[in-house]
Design a protein around this ligand. Structure first.
Ligand SMILES: [Zn+2]
Length: 475
């Protein structure tokens, strides 16, 4: 019996607002435990939450980049449950009227484009963190994360393999980073994925019983958890046993899932409208202003790099696949307008250094203007192209490009007298070509350049020959 997996996702992404979603506490990652809390986010009675407008703007941007409809009327609900990381005993979330409805994102898997539908995106608050200390047999609660704004992206069950899920998750992560609404730092838990999986025979109308694996926070654990669940459920079904609807935890060490609790349904949470937070009605003008403020998405950058800059599609993809690299490239091109030379050197040499672990792409310490200057030195013949690698190595260690060229004696020394004498000789030996040039047949310039280059045997940079030859021909 061939069983066919069907997978749906709930992706949580923390928004990069300065303050939390209902109070003014810092929403930054980390901090001493319980140092970023106030009566509102630690759930004391009698406090009143005030909605962070920036968080609303960010979820609308997230909605637009995923092609969602933005609700003109939206409101907040209380999701009631008790857990020690949630001191209020309810989470402020959105049930019937989320900010974003519908939507879709295209992903490339095995060279094919597939459209994955989004069901909804809603805004809610994050819970705190529990730290379990086995040696002291205690559990400690850190409420710094309580109230950090979170969007939950709920997809339709459009996925049928781990590869599709991973491609989608990576794409969403990159788009949210480009939109400037989520930093996508998986190691800090900025994005987490819940995966719903069921198996059924292909083209079978009814889906099998589904399980949900909670809180996967790396691409690798998403992949492994899905593969394990497909294997586990297949075994159960083939042995004539039943898949139980439940919530599972994935253990990274064993690569297996285990039961957390039997699955609740929405009605178990006793959702009701939050009386403290008024609904929002958006005007068309407000939405248009937010939409106009969305930065260029990675796909648009790829298009610009290939069409305007003449960079190959493969290189454009490498440049845009990490936002910090693409931003670095943009800044370098602003400093020295040679996108192709800069892009190629990033892909060939800087990425190699990053992959060797010599420098971090996320926390880039190189100055893009000085990096651009390095390319300029080579393009204008002040140094050789091969010297760029040596100089880049020094720049990673904190030197400027000029300093490194000086210290390593990499300047191409030019003898201007020799240059001038050689050009004069070549011009004297080729009077016909000189005359042709002066009569407007500029294509002979290449021939004269070639003759000078040959005679000088590398003693002068092509750019210097070009400049002086042009001057002399125009006299
Ligand atoms: Zn607070």
């Amino acid at each position: 019996m061939k069983l066919y997996p069907t997978i749906g996702l709930e992706i949580h992404a923390e928004l990069t607002t300065n303050s939390k979603v209902f109070c003014t506490c810092s929403a930054q990652f980390g901090g001493e435990p319980n140092s970023r809390c106030c009566p509102v986010c630690s759930g004391l009675p009698g406090t009143l939450p005030v909605l962070n407008a920036k968080a609303v703007e960010y979820i609308i941007k997230a909605g637009y980049i995923m092609n969602c409809d933005i609700s003109r009327f939206t409101k907040w609900d209380r999701k009631n449950y008790f857990y020690p990381d949630l001191p209020k005993a309810y989470q402020i979330s959105q049930m019937p009227r989320p900010v974003c409805l519908g939507g879709h994102v295209n992903v490339e898997v095995d060279g094919e484009t597939r459209t994955m539908r989004i069901n909804r995106i809603h805004l809610e608050e994050d819970a705190g963190k529990l730290v379990h200390d086995d040696s002291m047999r205690v559990s400690l609660a850190d409420y710094n994360r309580c109230g950090i704004p979170l969007i939950e992206i709920v997809t339709e069950p459009d996925f049928h393999s781990a590869a599709e899920v991973v491609a989608f998750f990576e794409k969403i992560r990159l788009m949210l980073q480009y939109a400037g609404v989520c930093d996508g730092r998986l190691e800090q838990g900025s994005m987490r994925c819940d995966v719903n999986i069921s198996l059924a025979e292909k083209n079978f109308d009814t889906l099998g019983t589904r399980t949900e694996v909670k809180n996967l926070n790396s691409l690798r654990s998403i992949q492994r958890a899905i593969e394990y669940e497909i294997y586990r459920q297949t075994e159960l079904i083939e042995n004539g046993e039943r898949v139980v609807q439940e919530t599972l935890h994935f253990n990274d060490a064993t690569g297996e899932t285990s039961s957390l609790r039997s699955k609740e349904d929405a009605h178990d949470y006793r959702y009701f409208p939050d009386p403290d937070i008024p609904p929002i009605i958006f005007t068309e003008e407000e939405l248009a202003a937010i939409k106009a403020d969305i930065p260029e998405m990675p796909e648009m950058r790829v298009k610009r790099y290939t069409e305007q800059y003449g960079i190959s599609a493969a290189d454009a993809k490498i440049l845009t696949d990490t936002k910090s690299i693409s931003d670095f490239f943009e800044s370098a091109v602003k400093a020295y307008n040679a996108p192709k030379a800069i892009g190629t050197f990033i892909v060939v040499e800087l990425m190699r250094r990053i992959n060797l672990g010599e420098i971090s792409a996320e926390d880039m310490t190189l100055d893009p203007a000085d990096f651009a200057h390095l390319i300029e030195l080579a393009e204008t013949g002040k140094i050789s192209k091969d010297s760029r690698k040596i100089i880049l190595r020094d720049m990673i260690d904190g030197k400027t490009a000029e300093r490194s060229a000086e210290d390593n004696n990499l300047w191409i020394k030019e003898d201007n007298e020799l240059l001038e004498k050689t050009i004069d000789e070549i011009m004297a030996a080729n009077p016909k070509a000189v005359e042709q040039y002066r009569n407007g047949e500029t294509k002979v310039f290449g021939f004269l350049m070639g003759q000078c280059g040959k005679a000088l045997k590398g003693a002068a940079a092509p750019a210097s020959i070009k400049t002086m030859l042009e001057q002399k021909l125009k006299q």
